[in-house]
Design a protein. Structure first.
Lengths: 413, 392
């Protein structure tokens, strides 16, 4: 059983903030196959297409038959922890300030032997399951968890280094006017966040759901308008140092393509709310998040982008909207590189059409705001970097992997 | 997969001129400097000119970006036989057996085998993080405990499987320390007590401070030539009775409980025409005491799993039963990178020519030297051994 986390005390403002360090993140190109799997929360190892040998560490020739056909495939993650050690002395500054640190050797049922980080409840000689996670460097590591869930297991200090669990963290939801923002506040409250700042622009303007929003435990409504640089800057100055996870819920969804839409007004609004809104948030909050990446139990952990899955492939019916989402995706990739030195993850959650009024004419399946919000919380708890929510998002992900050109043609109809 | 062919003996070939450049904890000099010192010492003592050295084998971790080729220009050598053997703890014996064959075949007459590394203040950490691709991808990101953590897992598994106790490893370390007392350049030459060993700082459980070697700078070297060449130069030499070498053996063992020696040990003894009881002392590769214990087993001194009992029943000291790592090994003298793979070999040559730096093993006529190296991922991949004897 894991000792439950203790709610962190209010920070002493005179105390120095511990600066973030990263473990060694350099990997061979092949080894980033693990990073790709970890980013989506899958357990994948190289499997030889010619002789079915499962192999690890990542390599460029099969050690059984020398085949070069070694794609990463999802494999069974069960195994036995055959030996463990506790590293007390590390040459690496990141681990040096985190020792004692347990690692162990796991013999996987699938074949290979993997040296892995150990969850506190993983016991030598017993069954474990391995997961691939992204460590603070953004590269994949394997972690051995007990075979069955244990009490408070998410609170394990080693595991929490690899995740962005909202428990005891402070959240900023950038737009609480829409149903997604409101669902998000509820989900984070349920997940044990200690404060949920919910941004509202033009507070004097009433909006549906305000009453319920106020009733959610730990919600604090704050003024924030992502289209107003001053408002974003002010909010960052006010609360930035106590915000650990930013969830950008600002949305702008209108039908219409690029050729067939008249004028630039809507496109400008889309870009202002989504792309420039993200840029404003990134500039105001990014540096503080990055600075606070190792700031104790409630260190800065993540910046969450909610992206239409059509950021990955344009949907001409919502073509201009898709293009703006694609711009946000590109910016998110840049933010990943910029926030990685702080160990802060940029989580992209790709969703299919939402069950909200702006997708009124779109047939099901659709994603409810609550489902999207729960998926965001789950993704943060798992520590993944990319999540796909809903059947449409999953469908597009799979079709993209097979034949992007076919998908491009098919999106037109 | 042992070959059925009878291997040719090393008759007429000797190893001579054991050279040690005294170790230092840290050095601001380069690996090239250390290798150069060793080569210089060789030529001075043999009164050889550079042109007399027509074969050159070099082992080093820190000599990069140079290779053996670049070093020929650096040192003004013009060899007709050249080898680069960055095999860590297996370097010495691998160099010896390759050089011996080259001389035997007439490809070279006088092969200088040199190993050395420097140790800058931060070079050890840098070497760990880039030691191998597998280490970079699959070991270093896991706590960055280096070899300590990897051998901690191997040691733990060995203890779980065969019932070895920390006290057994202590015995190996303490005996080696006793053997090191008279070695002038040993990094550690204060006697070690069981109490000090047991209460030492934990490094990576069950590895504690005195199970670890101290990284340092240093160099070792020797020469391989024909027996008549050595005689004409008045150099005392030792005979090479047999050698073995193996890499990546037992790849499907989930954890390392044995090295490749086990595959080749029969051939080692039969080629030498000796039995384990016939050698007067043994030099194992002692990066961690558990590896020495495995070598006792895999090289035929006892059966697998009997290592702990074997250790309990011997003193392991130069003046007692089963003298082992007679100059203190790396655990006391220090680990000067690839020179660690030469340490036991060079010391064995000294004992067999009655010129040890420290205390003498009485009646030393034959010995076994073994090497072990390159923990690429989760285990040491290279194993080798040689049986050497005093020239009649």
């Amino acid at each position: 059983m894991t000792e439950p986390l203790v709610r962190p005390k209010r920070k002493n403002p005179l105390k120095r903030t511990r600066l973030p360090l990263s473990p060694q993140g350099v990997r061979s190109r092949t080894a980033h196959g693990l990073t790709a799997a970890a980013a989506e929360g899958r357990f994948a190892l190289q499997v030889c297409l010619d002789c079915n040998t499962v192999t690890y560490p990542p390599r460029d020739a099969c050690p059984s038959c020398l085949s070069a056909r070694l794609p990463f495939r999802d494999v069974d993650c069960g195994g036995t922890l055959i030996a463990e050690t506790t590293v007390q002395t590390s040459t690496d500054p990141y681990f040096r300030e985190r020792t004692p640190w347990r690692v162990g050797t796991v013999k996987l049922d699938a074949g290979p032997v993997i040296v892995a980080h150990l969850h506190g409840d993983a016991v030598e000689g017993e069954r474990v399951r391995l997961q691939l996670k992204l460590d603070k460097s953004g590269s994949a590591i394997a972690m051995a968890l007990p075979e069955k869930d244990t009490e408070n297991m998410a609170d394990d200090v080693h595991l929490r280094e690899m995740t962005c669990d909202p428990k005891f963290r402070r959240i900023l939801i950038t737009d609480g006017r829409n149903t997604v923002g409101q669902a998000m506040a509820k989900a984070f409250s349920d997940a044990g966040a200690s404060i949920i700042f919910v941004g509202i622009a033009d507070a004097w303007k009433p909006f549906p759901g305000l009453g319920d929003l106020r009733k959610i435990e730990h919600v604090e409504i704050v003024p924030l308008d992502v289209t107003d640089t001053e408002s974003v800057t002010e909010q960052a100055e006010q609360n930035g140092a106590r915000i650990d996870i930013v969830v950008n819920t600002a949305e702008h969804i209108r039908a219409g393509g690029v050729v067939d839409r008249h004028g630039l007004t809507v496109a400008r609004e889309e870009i202002d709310v989504r792309y420039l809104g993200l840029t404003r948030l990134a500039q105001a909050f990014g540096p503080i998040l990055r600075f606070r990446g190792a700031d104790g139990v409630n260190s800065a952990a993540a910046f969450v982008n909610l992206l239409s899955v059509h950021a990955l492939m344009n949907w001409p019916a919502y073509g201009s909207y898709s293009a703006t989402e694609a711009a946000c995706l590109s910016a998110a990739q840049c933010m990943r590189a910029e926030l990685r030195p702080g160990g802060v993850k940029v989580l992209n959650v790709f969703f299919g059409p939402l069950d909200t009024e702006w997708f009124q004419t779109v047939p099901p399946p659709k994603v409810t705001p609550a489902a999207l919000a729960n998926a965001v919380v789950r993704a943060l708890q798992q520590g993944v970097e990319d999540a796909f929510v809903g059947d449409v998002a999953e469908d597009i992900r799979q079709r993209l992997a097979v034949n992007p050109k076919a998908l491009e043609r098919e999106m037109a109809t | 997969m042992t070959s059925g062919t009878i291997r040719k003996s090393y008759e007429g070939i000797v190893a001579c001129l054991p050279v040690t450049i005294p170790y230092r904890r840290y050095s601001t000099n380069s690996a090239q400097w250390w290798l150069g010192r060793a080569l210089h010492e060789l030529t001075k003592r043999a009164r050889l000119g550079l042109k007399d050295i027509d074969g050159f084998a070099v082992s080093s971790f820190t000599v990069g970006p140079d290779t053996a080729v670049g070093l020929t220009q650096h040192f003004g050598l013009s060899p007709r036989w050249l080898d680069h053997i960055p095999f860590g703890g297996a370097s010495g014996i691998v160099a010896l057996r390759r050089a011996a064959r080259a001389v035997q075949a007439g490809d070279a007459d006088m092969v200088a085998c040199v190993a050395g590394d420097t140790n800058h203040v931060d070079s050890f950490r840098k070497m760990l993080s880039t030691f191998s691709r597998f280490a970079q991808d699959a070991v270093y990101p896991y706590g960055s405990g280096g070899a300590n953590a990897s051998f901690a897992l191997i040691t733990k598994n060995y203890m779980n499987t065969y019932g070895a106790k920390r006290e057994d490893f202590a015995k190996i370390c303490i005996a080696q320390r006793d053997n090191a007392i008279s070695i002038p350049h040993a990094m550690m030459k204060k006697r070690l007590t069981l109490d000090e060993y047991m209460s030492a700082r934990p490094i990576a459980d069950p590895i504690h401070l005195f199970d670890c070697v101290m990284p340092c700078a240093g160099a070792e070297a020797l020469v391989v030539c024909r027996e008549d060449t050595a005689k004409s130069l008045n150099l005392p030499g030792v005979r090479i009775l047999s050698t073995i070498e193996r890499h990546n053996a037992f790849a499907t063992d989930p954890m390392q409980v044995r090295g490749g020696w086990e595959l080749d040990v029969g051939e080692l003894w039969s080629m030498a025409g000796l039995m384990p009881k016939d050698v007067d002392f043994v030099q194992t590769y002692d990066d961690y005491p558990v590896i020495s214990m495995m070598q006792f087993e895999d090289l035929g001194f006892c059966s697998k799993g009997e290592g702990p009992d074997f250790v309990r029943s011997h003193t392991l000291t130069n003046d007692g039963t089963f003298p082992h790592n007679t100059s203190g090994g790396q655990l006391s003298v220090g680990q000067a990178g690839a020179a660690g793979g030469f340490l036991g070999l060079v010391e064995a040559m000294r004992q067999l020519t009655s010129q040890p730096l420290g205390s003498k093993v009485p009646d030393a006529n034959a010995c076994l030297v073994s090497g072990f190296g390159i923990i690429n991922y989760d285990r040491g991949l290279s194993s080798c051994a040689a049986i050497l004897a005093r020239l009649a």
